[in-house]
Design a protein around this ligand. Structure first.
Ligand code: PEP
Ligand code: MG
Length: 747
C-alpha cells in the first residue's frame, strides 16, 4: 500500500464533505462514507461503530464486512480491539488482529479473514462518539502516516456526528443530545428542582471541519495563537495574582508557546482540516493521552490545555461565552466548575446548579447553600452532553441529574417536588409557633446566613435570629480585600434586615477550605489544622481589627454579637476578646457611637476547648458548637474527604457523650450554649441535640420547618431514655434505636 500523501488526505476529506452535503438519510450517508474511506485507504474493510449508550458500541455501517451485521453487532466498552480503542481513546494498529490479546471474534461479521486492523477513536474534545476501523487481508501494520490520516478522517466524522449529519428519521441512529441521560453525581446541597439547562460556558460549535485552502487556514491558526499568547501575557501582567493563579497562567503560557502544539495543528490543517477542527483534534488527543496518566498534577495540566484550546476556539470562531441566547425560564446552571462570585452574580435567578467538579466545602457550594438551591457535584461529562434549553431535573438529595428526562421520570419527579412543597406549606403553618416539645421544653431555632440574600428568610422561616453569620463570603467573592466602609455598610444592612433580632457575626474564618485569593496562606500540608480562623486573626491582626471596627460602626449603638471561630484555648479567647475591647475603646475615643451592649462568644470547634479552664466559660458570653469542625477533629475524619466524611455517625454514642460534657461545662457557669453545625438542621440529629440539652440550634433556613415539626411531636425525656438505653446496651450509635422508637411514634 502506498504512503498516503497530504493531498490524498485533503481529497478524501473533500469527498467526505461532499458526500455529507448531499441530501439523504443518515444511514445512506454513513454507508457512502465507509465506501469512500475504504477506497481511499485501499483497504477491503471500513466500519463505523458508534456508541448506543454509555458502554455499548454498535456497528452502524460497513464496507467489506457482512452488511447483515449492521445494527446487530454490539460490544461493550473495552471488549475486543474496537472496544479497547473506545475505552482508551488510543488507536490500535496490528498486523495480526486475531493474535492480539483481547481480540474477540464476531462470527456474524465475517471478519476472520482480515488480518490487519487499524482502529481510531471518533472523538470530539474528549467526547467519545465511536470507533472508525479499517481492516485488510494482507498481514501488515499500518504506517504512522496512515494512522494519522485515519485520525484526521475520524475527527471530521466526529464533527459531522456532532452536527447531526447521521441522524435521520429512519431510526438508524439515535440523534445526539436528544436522548435522556442520567448523571450520578454527589450531593452538594439538598433539594429538588426542574428547569432548563443554562450553560455557564456554552460549547463552541464548529460547523466547518474541512477546509479547502490549507495555507489560509494556517494563517488563521497562527494569527489566533498570536492573539492567544498576547492575551495570556496580558493576564500575567495583571496585578494581584496569587501564586496559584500565576502557576496556572505560566502553564498556559508554556502550552501557548509550545512549538509542538502549533506544529501538530498545522499538520492537521495540511491534511485538510479547518483551523478549528485541528484545535479540537489536538485537544481530544491530549485528553485521551492524559486520561491514562494517574498523576493528579498532570491531569490538572490537562485542564489547563483544555481551557487554552477553548480560548483558541473562541478566538477562531468569534464565539464568546455570551452567545446572545436568552436565559430560559427556571434556569439550571451547568458548569465544569464556577467561582463563588460568578455564582452569586446569577443569584436567585437560578433554580439549581450542576457541576462536573466541585466539592461539598467549595466556595460555590457555600454560595449554593446560601441561595438555597439544589447543587449536584461530580456530574461527569454533563457539560459535553447538555445543550442550552434542554429539560433537566436536579435531585440534590440523591445527587442525581436527569437530562432530557422521559415523561414518566419527569412525572415522578414532579410528584416529589409537589410533596416537598406540600411539606413546606405545613411547615409554614408552624412559622409563628415555638419549637416546643410535648414535655414543654422550648428549643430556640436560629438560622445560619452568610449573604445579604439570606436575610429575607429570617421572617419566612420563623427563625428567632441569626445564630451564625459567616463573614467569609464577602472576602471570598472579591478579588481584593473589601474596604472597612463597605463591610460596615453591609453589616448595617444585615442588622437592619434583622429588625432587632440577634445576629451572631462570626469573624473571618479563612484558611482550611476557605481560601481568599489575595490572602492565600503559604501552602500548608494540612490546612484544616493549619493557620486558619482566629489563629490568622491574632497573628496578623490588621484584618481582624478592620472587621471589628466595621462591626462596631455597623451596630451604630445597637446591640452587637460577635463570635470567634476555632478558638482552641482560653488564651486565644482572652486575646481575641481584648482585641474587640481595644477597638471599642478606640472607636469611643474617635467619637463614634459604640454598641449599646456587646456579647462576645467563642465557637467550640476543637475538642481542647471542652476541657478549658472554668475561667474560660466564665469569661465567654456564650459558646456555639461548630459541629462540622468539632466532629471532624473528634473522629479525625476530614469533612472534605468523600471517603471518610460520612464514616462516623453524628449519633455515635462516644460523640454524644462528648457533647454532654460540653453541655455540663456550660451549665456549671450558666454560659449560654448553642449548636450551629450542619447537623443542627437534620431533624433526627436536632432532636437528639435538644434531648441532650442544647436549647439553641442554628441551621439552614429551610431546615427550621422540618426540625420544628419533629420537635413539636415528641417528648424529649423519652428521646433521652432511648439514648440512655442504647448507651447501656453498648450500642455504637443511638440511631438504630431512635429510628425504631420514632417509627412507633407515628411522626
Ligand atoms: C462548623 O464548623 O460547624 C461551622 C459552623 O463552621 P464552618 O462550617 O463555617 O466551618
Ligand atoms: Mg467551622
Amino acid at each position: 500500500m502506498a504512503e498516503r500523501s497530504e493531498s490524498d488526505s485533503r481529497k478524501l476529506l473533500r469527498r467526505l464533505r461532499d458526500a455529507l452535503a448531499e441530501s439523504g438519510r443518515g444511514q445512506d450517508r454513513l454507508d457512502r462514507i465507509t465506501h469512500l474511506i475504504a477506497d481511499s485507504m485501499r483497504t477491503e474493510v471500513c466500519s463505523i461503530y458508534l456508541f448506543r449508550d454509555e458502554d455499548t458500541l454498535e456497528l452502524c455501517a460497513t464496507e467489506g464486512l457482512n452488511k447483515a451485521a449492521v445494527h446487530q453487532t454490539r460490544m461493550k466498552l473495552g471488549e475486543g480491539l474496537t472496544g479497547r480503542v473506545a475505552r482508551t481513546g488510543i488507536p490500535v494498529n496490528t498486523a495480526n488482529a486475531p493474535g492480539e490479546r483481547g481480540f474477540r471474534y464476531m462470527p456474524e461479521t465475517g471478519e476472520e479473514i482480515f488480518s490487519s486492523f487499524l482502529g481510531v477513536p471518533i472523538q470530539r474534545v474528549g467526547e467519545r462518539l465511536g470507533v472508525l476501523v479499517v481492516q485488510s487481508k494482507v498481514a501488515r501494520e499500518f504506517s504512522d502516516d496512515e494512522v494519522y490520516a485515519l485520525e484526521v478522517v475520524a475527527m471530521v466524522l466526529a464533527e459531522m456526528t456532532e452536527l447531526g449529519a447521521f441522524t435521520g428519521d429512519d431510526g438508524a441512529l439515535g440523534p445526539l443530545h436528544r436522548q435522556p441521560v442520567l448523571f450520578r453525581g454527589a450531593t452538594g446541597q439538598e433539594g429538588a428542582a426542574e428547569g432548563r439547562v443554562w450553560l455557564h460556558e456554552p460549547r463552541v460549535v464548529v460547523t466547518n471541519p474541512v477546509a479547502d485552502d490549507p495555507l489560509a487556514e494556517i494563517d488563521r491558526i497562527r494569527d489566533a495563537v498570536g492573539k492567544l499568547r498576547i492575551s495570556i501575557d496580558d493576564l500575567l501582567a495583571a496585578e494581584q495574582l496569587d501564586k496559584e493563579q500565576k502557576q496556572v497562567l505560566e502553564a498556559y503560557r508554556m502550552f501557548a508557546h509550545s512549538r509542538g502544539w502549533l506544529r501538530r495543528m498545522e499538520e492537521d490543517i495540511m491534511r485538510g482540516l479547518s483551523a478549528e477542527a485541528a484545535v479540537e483534534k489536538e485537544q481530544g488527543a491530549a485528553r485521551a493521552r492524559l486520561e491514562q496518566v494517574p498523576d493528579a498534577y498532570l491531569r490538572e495540566r490537562l485542564h489547563d490545555l483544555d481551557d487554552l484550546s477553548n480560548r483558541l476556539l473562541r478566538i477562531l470562531t468569534g464565539q464568546g461565552t455570551d452567545t446572545g441566547a436568552a436565559m430560559p425560564d427556571h434556569p439550571i446552571l451547568i458548569a465544569r466548575n464556577i467561582g463563588p462570585g460568578e455564582l452569586l452574580e446569577y443569584g436567585r435567578k437560578l433554580r439549581g446548579v450542576v457541576l462536573e467538579e466541585g466539592s461539598v466545602g467549595s466556595h460555590a457550594a457555600i454560595v449554593a447553600r446560601a441561595l438555597a438551591i439544589p447543587l449536584v457535584i461530580h456530574a461527569e461529562r454533563i457539560t459535553q452532553e447538555a445543550l442550552n434549553g434542554d429539560a433537566i431535573l436536579v435531585d440534590g438529595d440523591q445527587g442525581l441529574v436527569h437530562l432530557r428526562p422521559e415523561e414518566t421520570v419527569a412525572r415522578a419527579f414532579r410528584d416529589k417536588i409537589a410533596m416537598q412543597a406540600e411539606a413546606q406549606k405545613r411547615y409554614a403553618s408552624l412559622r409563628n409557633l415555638p419549637a416546643q416539645a410535648k414535655c414543654g421544653t422550648v428549643v430556640h431555632l436560629h438560622m445560619n446566613a452568610g449573604l445579604m440574600a439570606d436575610l429575607p428568610s429570617l421572617d419566612g422561616s420563623g427563625a428567632e435570629g441569626v445564630g451564625l453569620f459567616r463573614t467569609e463570603l464577602q472576602f471570598l467573592i472579591r478579588n481584593q480585600m473589601p474596604k472597612r466602609a463597605e463591610l460596615a455598610a453591609l453589616y448595617a444592612r444585615v442588622m437592619d434586615a434583622a429588625h432587632g433580632k440577634r445576629v451572631a457575626f462570626r469573624t473571618l474564618d479563612i484558611g482550611s477550605d476557605k481560601v481568599v485569593p489575595y490572602m492565600k496562606p503559604n501552602d500548608e500540608p494540612n490546612p484544616a489544622m493549619g493557620w486558619r480562623a482566629i489563629r490568622v486573626g491574632l497573628d496578623k491582626p490588621g484584618v481582624l481589627r478592620m472587621q471589628l471596627q466595621a462591626l462596631i460602626r455597623a451596630a451604630a449603638g445597637r446591640p452587637l454579637t460577635v463570635m470567634f471561630p476555632f478558638v482552641a484555648e482560653h488564651g486565644e479567647f482572652i486575646a481575641a476578646r481584648r482585641a474587640i475591647l481595644a477597638e471599642l475603646h478606640r472607636e469611643k475615643s474617635l467619637g463614634h457611637i459604640v454598641p449599646q451592649k456587646i456579647e462576645i462568644g467563642a465557637m467550640c470547634e476543637t475538642p481542647s476547648l471542652v476541657y478549658a479552664p472554668k475561667a474560660f466559660f466564665e469569661l465567654a458570653d456564650f459558646v456555639s458548637v461548630g459541629g462540622n469542625d468539632l466532629k471532624q477533629f473528634f473522629f479525625a475524619a476530614d469533612r472534605e474527604n468523600e471517603r471518610v466524611r460520612r464514616r462516623y455517625d453524628t449519633l455515635n454514642l462516644s460523640f454524644l457523650t462528648f457533647l454532654e460534657r460540653i453541655i455540663a461545662r456550660c451549665a456549671e457557669t450558666d454560659t449560654p450554649l448553642s449548636f450551629c453545625g450542619e447537623d443542627a438542621g437534620r431533624p433526627v440529629e436536632a432532636l437528639v441535640l435538644a434531648a441532650l440539652g442544647f436549647r439553641t440550634l442554628s441551621m439552614r433556613p429551610a431546615s427550621i420547618g422540618p426540625v420544628k415539626a419533629l420537635i413539636r411531636q415528641v417528648d424529649l425525656g423519652e428521646v433521652r431514655a432511648v439514648i440512655r438505653a442504647a448507651q447501656e446496651a453498648g450500642a455504637e450509635s443511638a440511631r438504630p434505636a431512635l429510628m425504631d422508637w420514632l417509627a412507633t411514634q407515628k411522626v
